[in-house]
Design a protein around this ligand. Structure first.
Ligand code: ZN
Length: 222
């Protein structure tokens, strides 16, 4: 195997030098095979690799070093609405309210926010389907119909939309149930939101999952 220092998770040159896990180090029973092995750890995301940078997995789960521990992490891929985790998709139909306006799915809100003109905004947020909302939003031209600096705003807008989507009790519960699984939008083409690129949609969903978990903990304490 070719020696590499690129983390396949984050796509960056972020792998540390290979080092041996100390003998006295406590490992979860299910990853005891790491004992006496040299491993490389990604400095950015914590993904654990073998000495030559080969991917280490067990039972379809990936290994990460997080919070001072080696752990097996489940991964969830989502894309099509009808699949098991389709509700993580931006196209999933579930009414959400943002700043006093109701949208049938987060995609409507996200795409409408691209519009500079009010009538275009309203058209997109009432498009016949989330797919058509996306097509319309993507068709807006820079310096014309598209709001200024969209690229610097889009992550914040998506995050706001995801927070609104997961105000829904059922979705909230489902999201919490994904536990510590790593979430990826399995888009074959989207290099920003999808897993073939920056994987941003999954990252924001995990961020919102953390926020919800914190909220629930605070509620329990009260
Ligand atoms: Zn990484």
């Amino acid at each position: 195997m070719r020696e590499t220092s690129v983390c396949v998770e984050c796509g960056t040159f972020s792998l540390d030098r290979a080092g041996k896990i100390p003998d006295n180090y406590k490992l979860d029973g299910n990853i005891d095979f790491l004992r006496n092995r040299k491993v490389k750890i990604c400095m950015k995301c914590g993904r654990v690799y073998g000495e030559q940078g080969e991917e280490l997995t067990k039972a379809g789960k990936k290994i990460y070093f997080r919070d001072g521990k080696f752990m097996l992490v489940k991964e969830i891929n989502f894309y099509y609405r009808k699949e098991k985790y389709g509700w993580l998709s931006n196209f999933w139909r579930c009414w959400q309210e943002v700043d006093g306006i109701w949208y049938p799915a987060n995609e409507y809100y996200y795409q409408a926010e691209k519009a500079r003109e009010r009538d275009v905004y309203i058209w997109i947020s009432n498009a016949p389907s989330p797919y058509l909302a996306m097509i319309a939003g993507r068709a807006l031209r820079k310096n014309k119909e598209l709001v200024d600096d969209w690229d610097s705003k889009k992550v914040e807008i998506m995050l706001k939309g995801i927070r609104a989507k997961f105000k829904d009790d059922k979705l909230r519960e489902k999201l919490l149930k994904t536990g510590d699984a790593v979430l990826h939008e399995d888009s074959p083409t989207d290099k920003f939101w999808g897993k073939t690129g920056k994987d941003m949609l999954g990252k924001l969903l995990m961020q919102v999952r953390n926020e919800i978990r914190e909220e629930e903990l605070t509620k329990q304490k009260e």
